[in-house]
Structures are given as C-alpha cells and as structure tokens.
Design a binder for this molecule. Structure first.
Ligand code: FES
Length: 117
C-alpha cells in the first residue's frame, strides 16, 4: 500500500467515482480505481474519501461502523478518521491514505497521486 497522509489536491489526478445521487447524506460508496479500493462518504453533507485498506492487516475498512468521522475496521477494531486517514486506535498504528474530493456537476471525483492514476 502506498503510504501518504495527504495528497496535494493541486497536482492530483481526479477520477469520477460516483454521482451525487449515489451519495446522499449518510451514504458511502466503495469503488475500485485501477485496482485501488477506495471508499467515499457523505457525512453531514461533506464528502470524504479514504483507501479501503486497513493499515493493520490490509482488511477492507470501509464497511465498518461509522461514529461521527471515525470508521471502525470490522476485522479487529482499528479506527481511522475518514477526513484525514489518521489512525485513531490500535491495533493499527499507521495512517491510511485520504484523498481530496471534488464535485463537478453531478459527479463526485477523487484525486489520486499523479503517478498512480
Ligand atoms: S485489519 Fe483492520 S484492524 Fe486488523
């Protein structure tokens, strides 16, 4: 897994991952872009995207329970802030990628690092 805490939104390559209609308030969508699993969340009207890969044991994290802005990995309970990818509790100790999100018309786009897009 490529580890980085934040991508420069000005150099990211934006890819359409959903429509606004697919992401009403409280919804999430899990997608794969170039083999990279991502999850996009609408929390109180704001959109966030993280890698759907737990840094503890590479399990999918995005189907876990969401508490405010924290997602709990369904496998062993590590928690991450979906706004930043920052790890919030054990057993994970490494942050996961968080991606910039942009809306263009009805489309939701996620910004990926230029070399990975
Ligand atoms: S794989 Fe996520 S906490 Fe272990």
């Amino acid at each position: 897994m490529t580890l980085y805490d934040q991508i420069d939104p000005t150099t990211a390559v934006y890819v359409v991952v959903a429509t606004l209609a697919e992401l009403p308030n409280g919804a999430r969508k899990i997608v794969e872009v170039d083999g990279r699993p991502l999850a996009v969340f609408n929390i109180a009207g704001a959109l966030y995207a993280i890698a759907d890969v737990c840094s503890h044991d590479d399990g999918p994290v995005a189907e876990g329970e969401l508490d405010d802005h924290e997602i709990e990995c369904p496998r062993h309970g590590a928690r991450f802030d979906v706004r930043t990818g920052k790890v919030m509790s054990f057993p994970a100790i490494v942050n996961i990628p968080a991606y910039p999100v942009r809306v263009e018309g009805e489309n939701v786009l996620v910004g990926l690092p230029p070399t990975a897009a």
